[in-house]
Design a protein around this ligand. Sequence first.
Ligand SMILES: [Zn+2]
Ligand SMILES: [Zn+2]
Length: 293
Amino acid sequence: MRPLTSWMKQARSIIAPSQPECLFCGRRGRPSPEWPGICLHCQHGIPWIRIPRCQTCGRHVGCPDCSRSHGPLPIRCNRSAVAYTSEMREILGQYKYRGNERLAPLLGRMLDRAYALLQQEQSGQALNGAQPSNFFSEPRTLLQSMPHMQSNLWQADILVPVPVSAVRLSERGFNQAERMAEVVSLRRGIPQLPLLVRTQHTAKQSFKSRRERLADMKHAFAGNTDSAVLQSLKEHLNSRASHQLEQRPLRIIIVDDIYTTGSTIRACAGALQQLCRSLDCTAEIYSLTWARS
Ligand SMILES: [Zn+2]
Ligand SMILES: [Zn+2]
């Protein structure tokens, strides 16, 4: 005879089918309707960065980094989805170091939320310059202007994931930034192009000081000179010309999992600027990272 508890378990699973395991905490709590894969409890615990305190690097707390002496950031701004709390560190560790690839779509969607905020922010800036100041408070004006507004909505042109070294790639089996960028690329219809390559294998950055990281990273990236990649970029630039978009700079977003000191983004932006200059193209570079430490 089966023990009573087993019957009870079975009966309970018929009455209330068991919840899926949450990707964040591993428990079977009530699933979040908004963020598939995690439970409601974890959803409420996400430390979203809604309003960045530092407009440059998107940090949620006071930021000494952007005012240090090593020159301004070579990007327009960085925006991150979440603050890098110990909980978020644990999630990123599961994804990046323990190879839990099931997290990629969810983390990608979280990154996409940061994209939406960046888009809102940038569109607001562009519209405030071009539209009457009561533009947002007049619903009829807003409705009537919808097609116009749609076409004016700020949109990035290309997403460039931060490449990982061949050694890391073979260790992990995937590039964590590329997987996340893929989600944004599909949702927004922005092509993802591997415009950067890693020129050297740097030791794990997490064990280094800020100064060491900056020095280390300086020459760690270069523009990708692969002919197929350059061809895709040229085609993209030509299609911009046919849409008369060439008057404005090419908007490139560098995508990475985390922004810590900004040394990676700084180095990547430098390499991208160089690549764009060699193609006679003016670029405006942004970065989008899943977490901001
Ligand atoms: Zn959970
Ligand atoms: Zn800052």
